[in-house]
Design a protein around this ligand. Structure first.
Ligand SMILES: [Cu+2]
Length: 188
């Protein structure tokens, strides 16, 4: 057992300790704030710009893309008979696609890209909480008669799905397939 008499604050009451602790937290916060501020200044414009841009998070089915990197546009139409058109897309591994997602129906629809597993789970959650708001760079929610754009980089090869996760729509089969194929081996 340590001898409490030799501890630096042993002579202080609990109340004194609280005050010490609070002022320590305040000092730490101030130091943190000034560090944060100088780090931000050091980052200059580049960092500022990144903060306002779309959050790019690597997913199993790719990552948010830059519109200027998209060399191909794919138009997807969504209808009230719970179908996407086209509902099969093939892209090259590494390709950035600009999707123009058009709602040709009378009710709200959305296009959400993901793995089958992820979409199944997400759809189950949407069915439980139909009014739930969700927004990510791999989804486009489109009101009747409107169009919305979404840019996605398919930097993972494989078979992925896209779906409308509005309660009832996924269950009615509003799903499509995206096949991300590895670049063909160079022929000699
Ligand atoms: Cu839908």
């Amino acid at each position: 057992m340590p001898d409490t008499k030799n501890l630096p604050f042993a002579h202080l009451t609990m109340k004194d300790l609280e005050v010490k602790k609070i002022s320590f937290v305040l000092v730490a916060a101030l130091i943190g704030a000034s560090f944060g501020a100088s780090a931000h200044e050091g980052g200059s414009h580049g960092q500022k710009k990144a903060a306002t841009a779309v959050k790019k998070e690597q997913k199993d089915w790719g990552i948010a893309g830059d519109a200027k990197a998209a060399k191909r546009t794919i138009e997807i139409s969504m209808t009230d008979n719970m179908r996407f058109s086209p509902d099969r897309i093939e892209v090259q591994h590494g390709e950035t696609i600009k999707f123009v997602v058009k709602n040709s129906g009378k009710v709200m629809h959305e296009m959400v890209i993901g793995t089958k597993k992820e979409l199944d789970e997400h759809a189950a959650m949407m069915a439980k909480h139909p009014g739930m708001e969700h927004d990510e760079p791999y989804m486009a929610h489109v009101a009747s008669g409107k169009s919305s754009e979404m840019v996605w980089t398919f930097n993972r090869a494989g078979e992925f799905d896209f779906a409308c996760l509005i309660a009832g729509h996924y269950q009615a089969g509003m799903v499509g397939k995206i096949n991300v194929v590895a670049q063909a081996a160079k022929k000699r």
